[in-house]
Design a protein around this ligand. Structure first.
Ligand SMILES: Cc1ncc(COP(=O)(O)O)c(C=O)c1O
Length: 413
């Protein structure tokens, strides 16, 4: 069997499906992987995050109408749009990393171990107030870091690049952070955040990892795992296929880690979904090693517009992600509309541009016999999606879908 198929290049329904030959269900969960995401780390994150004010398990919607339309046995959609009122699953990661960083820095100042309850209860406002966290973002991660900083009493500066929308900037400012707009693209804002942090003695809280910068992104990913744990706990029967949209891959690695540690060799098939303009997992699986994508990474799926994989995420996905599919923006917009105006009986769902790649990809694959065969997608498949954001840019959402989020939620489906 071939490892790659390409369909309809240049057309809205174009896709590339690539099997990751390095992945096998029988591969062990290694010590190196466990040093990134572990049961112990998950337990601490779960205890911490579930104690935060406003914590609630996000809804897991069953979509029988969509499953019947596409020809699979069942579809569940974990809707992260309401998470802590921030609009995306990212609320779990950046804010948790801020809390862990404060715990560690306050411990150094006090010369003793500091409990997480001292951080969340703002037991040392003077120490927390002296700390400034910062990051570069195209929206959701910055919102989470700003919210964490405000919740735990430290200062926060967020760097955004030239094309981040005003709506996303305002949403970050609403959490009390100073937002600085930089010239250039996302990578330029990452550089400016790092240089300013070094000059000012601030702490960078990034959601991606690279040589020499691993601790904070590990905490970010450990926070994301809560979302996977909630979904898996709630499902009576484990899914057979999980579709995961990828930016740097932190979210996908966190869900994959939880699946692999829970189910071992019986884990579901893991299928990554990359925008075709920023398909760094497609290129990396083709190369068998992290491979960067260059250019303007111009995709509507703003949260996924990343040209390089996270080193920590790669360590996990290299062994345990079975395939990647690159898709077009048009396919994503089609999926947003389909979720907003669902098949009879399904709940209408507000899912933003970066939340729907899995739904779009399954739609494409189910219409293609060879693709279905390659991934054993048939009427026995139980599919799980993670709807990672709602209308985080409300104006853009309404323009693309033709309805506002309030109209979608108010419709009967
Ligand atoms: C809504 C949404 N979904 C998915 C992702 C992808 O997460 P990661 O970069 O960890 O792959 C992002 C990243 O910003 C996002 O904002």
């Amino acid at each position: 069997m071939s490892t790659e198929i390409q369909r309809a290049p240049g057309q809205p329904e174009a896709f590339t499906l690539h099997l990751n030959k390095a992945a096998q269900r029988a591969l062990p969960w290694t010590g190196a992987q466990d040093a990134i995401l572990s049961d112990a780390g998950y337990a601490v994150a779960k205890q911490t995050i579930s104690g935060w004010p406003g914590y609630a398990r996000s809804p897991l919607e069953e979509l029988p109408g969509l499953a019947a339309d596409l020809g699979v046995s069942s579809i569940h959609f974990k809707d992260e749009g309401g998470r802590f009122g921030l609009g995306s699953f990212k609320a779990l990661g950046g804010a948790y990393a801020v809390a862990r960083l404060l715990q560690s820095e306050m411990g150094k100042s006090l010369g003793r171990a500091v409990g997480m309850e001292e951080v969340t209860g703002i037991a040392h406002p003077d120490l927390a107030g002296k700390i400034t966290v910062c990051c570069a973002t195209d929206g959701n991660h910055g919102r989470s870091v700003a919210w964490g900083a405000r919740t735990f009493g430290c200062a926060c500066v967020i760097f955004i690049h030239a094309t981040v929308s005003e709506a996303r900037k305002t949403a970050i400012e609403a959490y009390g952070a100073e937002v600085r707009r930089c010239d250039g693209n996302y990578d330029d804002s990452v550089r400016e955040a790092q240089e300013t942090a070094t000059a000012e003695g601030w702490f960078v809280v990034s959601d991606t990892s690279y040589e020499g910068y691993m601790d904070v992104p590990k905490d970010v990913m450990q926070g994301y795992e809560i979302m996977a744990g909630e979904a898996f706990d709630e499902l009576e029967t484990p899914p057979t296929h999980i579709f995961l949209q990828t930016g740097v891959g932190g979210m996908a690695a966190a869900v994959t880690a939880q699946a692999k540690r829970r189910w071992g060799a019986k884990r579901p098939a893991i299928i990554l979904c990359d925008p075709d303009q920023s398909a760094c997992y497609l290129e990396s699986f083709r190369a068998g090693a992290p491979a960067a994508v260059h250019g303007d990474l111009d995709t509507l799926m703003a949260g996924l517009a990343c040209g390089e994989v996270s080193a920590l995420a790669w360590e996990i996905l290299r062994d345990h992600a079975d395939a990647v599919v690159a898709l077009t923006d048009d396919a994503a917009v089609g999926a947003m509309r389909r979720l907003a105006r669902p098949s009879a009986g399904d709940t209408p769902i507000v899912a933003g541009e970066s939340a729907v790649a899995g739904v779009a990809v399954l739609t494409l694959l189910m219409a293609d016999a060879e693709a279905r065969d390659m991934l054993q997608l048939d009427n026995h498949a139980r599919v799980l999606f993670f709807g990672t954001e709602s209308d985080t840019d409300a104006e853009l959402y309404e323009r693309l879908v033709g309805m506002s989020a309030a109209e979608v939620r108010g419709s009967t489906g």
